[in-house]
Structures are given as structure tokens and as C-alpha cells.
Ligand binder design. Structure first.
Ligand code: NAP
Ligand code: MG
Length: 478
């Protein structure tokens, strides 16, 4: 088993929290304590930001863009060589199936590779003002970037924002989710091994109300990238307002998968099942609302139920189709939603708490029929393997249902009629539309939400804008 890191990582050194406090990290598959890690607070965040600032003002600034790219590329190779170690740790920490964790760590490698290649291609332009002037822009880094990440894809969420931030010449302080801090800590080993300057990458583990809040309020950070709930996103915006800092907010979703009657129902059922059950439904872009054309609802539901019944549930390390939810608290939350669905009059066709296991936070694939848009299970993000079925009779009604949400992160459209698919894509108020395949796309596809799903976009070259500021220089040349 790979070595677990349990201390803060600041200025290339491992250190306990200044006040000596710690907290326990639980394996959600077994409810056993995996590690006892440092519970960072104000002083630790101050230390981390100071270290990141010193690196930014000193050695990191002197590294050429090409060399930054090479370093990120070498980071990618090191991580690639240790995918198995990182995947195991991610699985123990989150409960996600091992092969799924491997896929996520490979995704981290891809983020690093993608932005490694971009490091020396971040440049401004010259803007003609006519004879006697030289007018140009330079894209400069912001300084210390803060990254506050959730527990659903721990290292992947770190790499998604860290890779473009470092490529653009910034330094970073990461606050992982309290449930899943282990891979962000372990990742620091690679920075040490590769000889990154001290302070480029810092990790302060701890609680959101403590370390996270202090980090978001810190006057010496240059930006905040936050992925998490809408509620916390609002606090981050308030904190950013105090010091007038740019933010990127990747918040929740209630994404529809819209199925037209002409689609291949076998394909649609497989995609629907993947869209809601992958990662035990703990994806911000999970396809949690099945918006289906009336005429094919029954045959489609039969196929979806068949998938639901065939999904294997188990400990992440046993590599089942679906692992447990991340924590006892989250299990309560998801079960609360399931109860609310029944109370509000929807019909649970399958699912609920799994009785198969003595330990661990297991919920079975759950499908609700008879759902109306006003019910909580149709409106609120459950972040669990719970699918709400909403039928429609024509395209207008489908668009109305799909858009009847305070969220606007993603949507899936399934039809053989490409005209309809593209027409419909234009109607949907969401930042990420997938046609005939769910969770499709790549590193280059900008990701982020409309409405309360967030502000800004990650991934793609456009994400580099989150970590740069434009300086315009105009000279009178006589
Ligand atoms: P969360 O409670 O908002 O927490 C996210 C992060 O913020 C954690 O590191 C948390 O620390 C920290 N935090 C909590 N309160 C804070 C505060 N007052 N100031 C600063 N930081 C604070 O979200 P979660 O429950 O971990 O994650 C699930 C949510 O994330 C879902 O709503 C999901 O949709 C969303 N999400 C969105 C995306 C996306 O790309 N759009 C991706 C993944 C997840 P603690 O861990 O100590 O609470
Ligand atoms: Mg955990």
C-alpha cells in the first residue's frame, strides 16, 4: 500500500497544523479510519499563502514559459508512472470503483499534458494605433491562486484548475475537501521529487469553515477557483467581494437527459444509466432528470430498470460498478431526498438504501416515476444515484421541462434526427450539451454552468483566462 501523507504541505515541507489539531479521514466502503490529517487554520493558511507569494515573486517568476511547460510535462509523466498508487488512494478515500479512479487519475495526467503544451503559447497581441505608436498587451499571471475543491473527484478537481494556473505562471494553495484530502497531499511528493521551487504548490487540509474560509478571505491571493455547492459558492463570492478578487465558481446541477422517441432505446438506456449511476451519482453534471417522450417512456424505463438491477454495488477496492456514497452525512442527505420523493407522491420503481452491507454508505440505483417539476427530487441536486423521470409530449414541452431549473450545467440530447438535436441544443439553457453520448468531450471543451451552476469556464484554452490578467502597454515612438 502506498504511503499516506497526513501533514500540511507548505514551502516544500511537511508540517503539522500550527495549533496541532487533526481530524480523521474515513474509508466510506468500510467506515474505518484511513488517516488522521492536519486540521489547518488561519496561521497555516497565512504560511501557505506567504510561501506561494515568495515563490511567485522569486524563483517561479524566473522560470521561462518553456521550462514551466517542461516541468508540467514531467509532472504528468511522474503521475502517469504512479497511476496505480494514486488510484488506490483515491478509491480508499472516496469509495469509488478502482477502475473508475484509474480513469480519473489518467484524466489528471491529461490536464497536465494539455496545459504543459500551452505554457509557452500564452501571449498578448499588438494593436495598431498608426505611425508613432507601439501598443501591445501582455498576459500576466495573477499571483497566488486559491483552489478550493470538493470530494467527488478529489485529485481531478485539483488538476483541472491547478494545471492552467501553473502553466500561466501562478503559484497555488489548495484546500481539499475534508472527506478526501489524501491524493492532493500525495501529489506534493511529485513536486518535491521534480525540484519545483518551494511554494509553487501548497496544500492546507482542514475544514471549509476554517481553512477554506480563511483562504478565500486572504488579502494576498490573486484569485479563487471554487468547486462545490451553491451555498458555499455564495460565501466565496462574498469573500471575493471584500478584496475584489476574480472567482471561478463550478457549482451544482440538475442536468436533464432528453430522449426523443426516434432514438435507439438500448443506447439511450445505457447512456442514462451511465449518466446517473457513474460515481454513485456524485457528479455535478450527473444526468439526474430523465426527460422522455411519452410514447417511449414505458419501453425505455423497462431497459433503464434492467440496467439498474444489473449494477453491482461494493467496496471501491473490489471494483464494482458502483461504490458507496462518500460519507455518513451524505448518505443521510440522499436518503432524505428519497423519502421526500415518496412523501411528495412520486413512485419509487427501484432503489433506496441497500441492505446488502453491514458497513459503508450504500444506496442502490434508484428510479422515481410520476415525478413533477415542482417536487424537490426534480429541483434540488441530490448528488446520489437517484433518477427522476419526467415525460413530455412535444419538443416545446421538452424544452420547458429541461429549462425549468435554477441550474444550467449540462444536458444530454438523444435523437437520430440531427436537425432536431441541433435545434434543441440552441434552446437549452446550459453550458455543456452532449448529443447522443453522455459524459462525452475532452480536455479542450470548456466546462461550466449557466444560471446558478456557476461563473466562468474551466478546461480548454479559455481556462487560461482565469489565471491571467491583461496588461496593455502603449508607447509614443518619436
Ligand atoms: P461544499 O460543501 O460546497 O464544499 C466544497 C469545498 O468548499 C470543500 O473543500 C469545503 O470544505 C469547502 N468549504 C466549505 N465551506 C466553506 C467556506 N465557508 N469557505 C470556503 N470553503 C468552504 O461542496 P461538497 O459538498 O464538498 O461538494 C458537492 C457539491 O459540489 C455539489 O453541489 C456538486 O454539484 C458540486 N460540484 C460541482 C462541480 C462542477 O464542476 N460544477 C464539480 C464537483 C462538485 P469541507 O470539505 O471542509 O466542507
Ligand atoms: Mg474520505
Amino acid at each position: 500500500m502506498t504511503e499516506i501523507r497526513d501533514q500540511l504541505f507548505i514551502a516544500n515541507g511537511w508540517t503539522p497544523a500550527r495549533n496541532g489539531r487533526t481530524f480523521e479521514v474515513i474509508d466510506p466502503s468500510t467506515e474505518e479510519v484511513l488517516a488522521t490529517v492536519a486540521r489547518g487554520g488561519q496561521e497555516d493558511v497565512d504560511d501557505a499563502v506567504a510561501a506561494a507569494r515568495a515563490a511567485f515573486d522569486g524563483p517561479w517568476r524566473r522560470v521561462t514559459p518553456q521550462e514551466r511547460g517542461r516541468l508540467l510535462y514531467r509532472l504528468a509523466r511522474e503521475l502517469e508512472a504512479r497511476i496505480e498508487d494514486f488510484a488506490e488512494l483515491e478509491t480508499l478515500d472516496t469509495g469509488k470503483p478502482l477502475s473508475h479512479a484509474r480513469g480519473e487519475i489518467s484524466g489528471c495526467v491529461s490536464y497536465l499534458d494539455y496545459y504543459a503544451g500551452a505554457a509557452d503559447k500564452i501571449h498578448g497581441e499588438s494593436i495598431p494605433l498608426g505611425p508613432g505608436y507601439l501598443n501591445y498587451t501582455v498576459l500576466e499571471p495573477l499571483g497566488v491562486t486559491a483552489h478550493i475543491v470538493p470530494w467527488n473527484m478529489p485529485l481531478s478537481m485539483v488538476c483541472r484548475s491547478l494545471a492552467p494556473a501553473l502553466a500561466a505562471g501562478n503559484t497555488a494553495v489548495v484546500k481539499p475537501a475534508e472527506q478526501t484530502p489524501l491524493t492532493a497531499l500525495k501529489f506534493a511528493e511529485l513536486f518535491l521529487e521534480l525540484g519545483f521551487p518551494a511554494g509553487v504548490y501548497n496544500v492546507v487540509t482542514g475544514f471549509g469553515e476554517e481553512a477554506g474560509k480563511v483562504l478565500s478571505e486572504h488579502p494576498d491571493i490573486g484569485s479563487i477557483t471554487f468547486t462545490g455547492s451553491v451555498e458555499t459558492g455564495r460565501s466565496i463570492l462574498h469573500a471575493a467581494a471584500e478584496h475584489v478578487k476574480p472567482v471561478v465558481l463550478e457549482l451544482g446541477g440538475k442536468s436533464p437527459q432528453i430522449i426523443f422517441s426516434d432514438t435507439d432505446l438500448d443506447l439511450a438506456a445505457a447512456e442514462i444509466s451511465k449518466g446517473i449511476y457513474s460515481n454513485t451519482g456524485q457528479y455535478c453534471d450527473a444526468g439526474s432528470r430523465l426527460v422522455v417522450e411519452e410514447g417511449v417512456k414505458e419501453p425505455l424505463l423497462e431497459k433503464v430498470l434492467d440496467h439498474s438491477h444489473r449494477i453491482t454495488l461494493g467496496k471501491g477496492m473490489d471494483d464494482p460498478d458502483m461504490g458507496p456514497l462518500v460519507s455518513a452525512e451524505h448518505l443521510e442527505r440522499v436518503l432524505g431526498y428519497i423519502a421526500s420523493g415518496e412523501q411528495e407522491g412520486a413512485t419509487m420503481l427501484t432503489g433506496g438504501l441497500s441492505g446488502e452491507f453491514e458497513r459503508g454508505y450504500f444506496v442502490s440505483p434508484t428510479v422515481f416515476d410520476g415525478v413533477e417539476s415542482k417536487m424537490r427530487i426534480a429541483r434540488e441536486e441530490i448528488f446520489g444515484p437517484v433518477l427522476s423521470v419526467l415525460p413530455f409530449s412535444d419538443e416545446d414541452e421538452a424544452a420547458r421541462i429541461a429549462n425549468d431549473s435554477s441550474y444550467g450545467l449540462a444536458a444530454g440530447i438523444f435523437t437520430r434526427d440531427i436537425d432536431r438535436a441541433l435545434r434543441f441544443a440552441a434552446e437549452i439553457q446550459a453550458g455543456y450539451i452532449m448529443i447522443n453520448e453522455y459524459f462525452t468531450g475532452g480536455m479542450g471543451s470548456p466546462f461550466g454552468g449557466y444560471k446558478q451552476s456557476g461563473i466562468g469556464r474551466e478546461k480548454g484554452l479559455v481556462a487560461l483566462e482565469n489565471y491571467t490578467q491583461i496588461k496593455n502597454v502603449v508607447a509614443r515612438v518619436r
